[in-house]
Design a protein around this ligand. Structure first.
Ligand SMILES: Cc1cc2nc3c(=O)[nH]c(=O)nc-3n(C[C@H](O)[C@H](O)[C@H](O)COP(=O)(O)O)c2cc1C
Length: 378
């Protein structure tokens, strides 16, 4: 408690004479506000008493209520939006700032007006699948608090594309909505049926999506990843998806794993580019458990690791992809973004846009402002 009080006092104290903060450090610190302290020292400890999925469910209930209270999302946005946001144009779509909510946070398109109220530049809804699917047995989301990471093995639960499309046809937020599409996680769907399953969702969601992302890299389903390892299967899938999108002009991205060996990554990137894909999201969660403080706890948990321990792998993936594809294709950097310094690392590696999930859980409602306002380039 004494430590927490001290932290709060330090965060409000003016820079001491003779100990002037660098401009960067001051900007970084000046984003620390009362709201931020309330989240870190009151709300987060309460939320973290619940398991990851229950806490998320509670947050979604709160955001759902805020979404339907007249004027509430707008007031939230005026309080929480980054102050130094620079609009970004990519693939013909304009983003109010470059940081979005990564896939998995808003799986079924709920509460989007309040998510906009949190200041984000876009949201990636999904993974959306053709059929409704419950995912893996619970508990399936675990926090590694000391590592500022999470391990999840959700297994792509989805309500199916139809209710999600219906929601997106209703109240749309004033920011782009990217839709992340995957194969219904049933192991009974494979081969040509897997292609048809994904194409069904692509067709269903394209009319309400500013961009589409194909999630071929979820570490928690084995069968959906076959496309990642088989160039012919990937070519067949991307050709079918491109045909389904003919005339729709919706940019198409592929979400990559950070765990691929260099030749495998190059192959999937080359095949994607040859099939007319517009860009990539790098990256999904990792199967690696390297360098964790809580390694014993993590060793007993199956699933994909996200958050701080993922950052360097994800940055390396962005860098490898950018070197392979040149300057034009869009790359969305994702993995362990907690502040502006992390975000700058992704930008230096070649990302155009950024996304966060775990950083948002640990930093709270002012996450977007904290990242954007402490970046070099905004
Ligand atoms: C609980 C949880 C659920 C996720 N669900 C999805 C999903 O449905 N589809 C997807 O493409 N990525 C999913 N992800 C991965 C994130 O979109 C992101 O790629 C990854 O967490 C790395 O970003 P982060 O370190 O900022 O969390 C999920 C991540 C977490 C932690």
């Amino acid at each position: 408690m004494a430590k927490q009080v001290l932290e709060i006092m330090v965060s409000f104290a003016p820079p001491a004479a003779g100990l002037s903060l660098s401009r960067d450090a001051f900007r970084r610190r000046s984003t620390t506000t009362v709201d931020d302290m309330i989240y870190r020292h009151i709300l987060r400890p309460i939320l973290f008493k619940f398991n990851g999925e229950t806490a998320h469910h509670l947050a979604m209930i709160g955001l759902g209520i805020a979404s339907v209270v007249p004027g509430c999302p707008r007031i939230m946005r005026s309080l929480m939006a980054p102050r130094s946001a620079v609009p970004v144009k990519a693939c013909g779509v304009t983003f109010p700032n470059r940081l979005g909510v990564a896939a998995g946070w808003v799986k079924n398109g709920d509460a989007l007006p309040a998510v906009w109220g949190l200041g984000f530049g876009f949201v990636e809804v999904g993974t959306v699948t053709a059929g409704a699917w419950g995912g893996n047995p619970k508990p399936r989301v675990h926090r590694l608090v000391r590592d500022e990471g999470m391990i999840n093995r959700m297994g792509l639960p989805s309500q199916g594309w139809e209710p999600v499309r219906h929601r997106l046809e209703g109240r749309r937020p004033s920011m782009p909505v990217i839709v992340n599409v995957g194969k219904t996680a049933s192991p009974d769907i494979h081969g040509d049926a897997a292609v048809a399953d994904i194409v069904t969702t692509v067709r269903g969601m394209a009319p309400v999506a500013d961009m589409l992302v194909l999630n071929l890299s979820c570490p928690n389903v084995t069968d959906g990843r076959n496309f990642e390892n088989d160039a012919d299967a990937l070519t067949g899938l991307l050709t079918a998806v491109r045909a389904a999108l003919a005339g729709a002009k919706v940019p198409l991205l592929v979400k990559l794993s950070p765990d691929m060996a260099a030749p495998d990554l190059q192959r999937i990137v080359d095949v994607s580019m040859a099939c007319g894909v517009d860009g990539f999201v790098a990256s999904n969660t990792t199967k690696s458990r390297d360098g964790l403080v809580q390694s014993e706890l993590a060793a007993g948990l199956a699933g994909g690791l996200s958050g701080r321990p993922l950052r360097d792998r994800a940055v390396a993936t962005v860098s490898a992809v950018r070197n392979r594809v040149g300057p034009a294709p869009l790359i969305i950097g994702c993995g362990g973004i907690f502040d502006g310094r992390d975000a700058d690392m992704f930008m230096d590696a070649g990302a155009n846009l950024l996304e966060g999930f775990t950083g948002f859980i640990f930093q709270g409602p002012l996450y977007c402002r904290q990242v954007i306002d402490t970046m070099r380039a905004g």
